[in-house]
Design a protein around this ligand. Structure first.
Ligand code: VG1
Ligand code: CO
Length: 544
């Protein structure tokens, strides 16, 4: 019943910022998924693991991949395997499920915010026993194993019916089809004041939440329609579809266009949010305002004690290096530490496990807390609603009040996508080489204070991660950061992060359009690094 299949290694199974992400057709070729899963299972078994949760964001190939992984889990003698009903499990819900049931790990099938479909992207994320993404030491080891594989094991067995809740035993493995939604909803009920939010939603305050045809749909239905009895037009695109209905499930100003247009209308909703493919990202909007993810983190931190789950206050805050320093100001005000980590949620795990931080955030529409070990989209929307229910102010009012208190960090990210990989690497090398010549000099009107390629030393296990992105800090607190993406599936993506700080003034911080506020920094970067010419582009593909 267990077959050992001969295979040869693929040499490109190196997990990136968040799992292994490739074109769907690459995953569909013979042995490709199997090899990677075998490498994961070997890693799991060798660490003494014997239990696993499996689910995904519902994209094309989700079901086939789940059946393959189930058969491989049986063949590799994993004792307990939980698989989400209909294969639907968000990344934060997977994290919670692992923690709640003390499992050895989890596999989430998702390419997150990348589009889905046979001609689009697929991905495999592997989480470890703390519920978080596998840390670098583990992903490196999985990659090594993938390069040495000569066989993998798979059981010959019928597919497991994922449409109803049941438990079945195959050889030495118990397989349970469980409800991937309910535990998560319960967790949210414990953190937030659902009755306060319910009152808000019934006081004429309107919300619009966009699941972008991806995994958060059933979670939102359960929370907003079943529990909070929100009016019917509150949810958008709440049925998970294999190709996300052609949408690019990336909650930002470009891809969640329909929602953005709605909130900018005079009769638009008071609060809106959108989530990505696997439910770990969020975009927060209010009537006539987009809240940058960096500001959102800072505002949640400043108002955290308004939510029951955070009433005891925060231990600390962590943000990824390219995320704006808005949260640092709140941390300083609260007298708590603020940590700067490399990009990717896996770097928050140790800080959270050691109880050194309570809130974490990334500029890439990621916010989360110690309740799980992933960023969490629906959680962020509920947190905002909890604050709104307490403060009874508009989203715009809350944001402006925050800028009045702490000053404003104008912030934007410019993405140059699918550029030639070699050109991109050469650009990074050349840019790094000129950094020392910039320090403590005034260049084109900007006084440079520091410039480096970010090295992170984990405060808990002291591991070192090098070359995590080029950062240039200016005397006035402004910053320019750039790095290459680790989640793309085509060529290279260069991300340019821009931040300018404006003090709180007597008349309040200056309010100007973000791109205009950052114009000087954008031009400065282009002049100093000859960016556009080197990569052969005249403008970014996506501005967020
Ligand atoms: C991007 C974001 C990063 C995020 C990662 C995974 O990585 O910048 O902040 O953690 O995606 O998010 P990169 O290497 O492309 O910049 V998700 O929603 O894919 O789990
Ligand atoms: Co995601």
């Amino acid at each position: 019943m267990i077959k050992t299949i001969q295979t040869t290694p693929f040499n490109d199974q190196k997990p990136g910022t968040s799992g292994l992400r490739k074109k769907t057709r690459i995953f569909m070729q013979p042995h490709y998924l199997e090899n990677f899963v075998q490498a994961i299972l070997l890693e799991l078994k060798e660490g003494g693991g014997n239990s696993l949760v499996i689910g995904g964001d519902g994209r094309y190939y989700n079901h086939q991949a789940i059946q393959t992984i189930l058969k491989m889990a049986v063949a590799n003698h994993i004792e307990r395997v939980y698989v989400a009903k209909n294969g639907l499990l968000s990344t934060p819900a997977a994290s919670h499920f692992i923690r709640k049931n003390a499992l050895s790990g989890g596999i989430v099938l998702s390419a997150s915010h990348n589009p889905g479909g046979e001609a689009q992207d697929f991905g495999v994320k592997f989480n470890v026993s703390n519920g978080g993404p596998a840390p670098e030491a583990v992903t490196t080891s999985i990659y090594k194993r993938s390069k040495g594989l000569t066989t993998y094991s798979i059981a010959e067995m019928p597919d497991i019916d994922l449409t109803y809740l049941h438990t079945t035993r195959v050889l030495q493995t118990d397989i349970e089809v469980f409800n991937g939604i309910s535990d998560y909803v319960q967790l949210m009920e414990g953190l937030f004041d659902f009755s306060g939010i319910k009152r808000l939603l019934h006081s004429g305050f309107s919300v619009r939440l966009d699941a972008m045809n991806a995994v958060t749909g059933p979670y939102l239905i359960s929370i907003f329609y079943d529990a909070l009895k929100a009016p019917e037009e509150s949810l958008l695109h709440s049925t998970p579809l294999k190709d996300f209905g052609g949408l690019h499930p990336d909650p930002n100003l470009k891809y969640a266009k329909e929602l953005v247009e709605q909130v900018m209308r005079p009769d638009g909703p008071d609060f809106a949010a959108a989530f990505d493919g696997d439910g770990d990202r969020n975009m927060i909007l209010g009537k006539n305002i987009f809240v940058t993810p960096s500001d959102s983190l800072a505002i949640l931190a400043a108002n955290a004690t308004l939510a029951p789950g955070y009433s005891a206050g925060l231990k600390g805050i962590a943000r990824s290096m390219p995320t704006s320093q808005a949260a640092d100001r709140v941390a300083a005000h609260l007298g708590i530490p603020c940590f700067e980590t490399p990009t990717g949620w896996k770097f928050f795990g140790n800080l959270l496990d050691a109880d050194m931080v309570t809130l974490c955030g990334e500029e890439s529409f990621g916010t989360g807390s110690h309740h799980v070990r992933e960023k969490d989209g629906v959680w962020a929307a509920l947190f905002w609603l909890n604050i709104l229910a307490q403060k009874r102010m508009s989203v715009k009012g809350i944001v402006q009040e925050h800028w009045q208190r702490f000053g404003r960090n104008y912030y934007s990210r410019h993405d140059y996508e699918a550029i030639d990989a070699q050109q991109a690497h050469e650009f990074m090398q050349r840019a790094e080489a000129i950094l020392p010549s910039l320090i403590n000099k005034e260049i084109h009107g900007y006084q440079v204070k520091m410039a480096d390629n970010f090295t992170y030393q984990d405060p808990v296990d002291h591991s070192i991660s090098e070359k995590q992105g080029i950062r240039i800090g200016f005397e006035d607190g402004s910053r320019v950061v750039f790095r290459l993406s680790g989640t793309g599936t085509q060529g290279a993506t260069l991300r340019l992060y821009l931040e300018r700080y404006c003090e709180k003034g007597e008349a309040g911080p200056v309010e100007i359009e973000t791109q205009r506020a950052l114009e000087g920094l954008i031009q400065w970067t282009d002049r100093v690094f000859d960016l556009k010419r080197t990569i052969g582009r005249s403008a970014p593909d996506v501005i967020t």
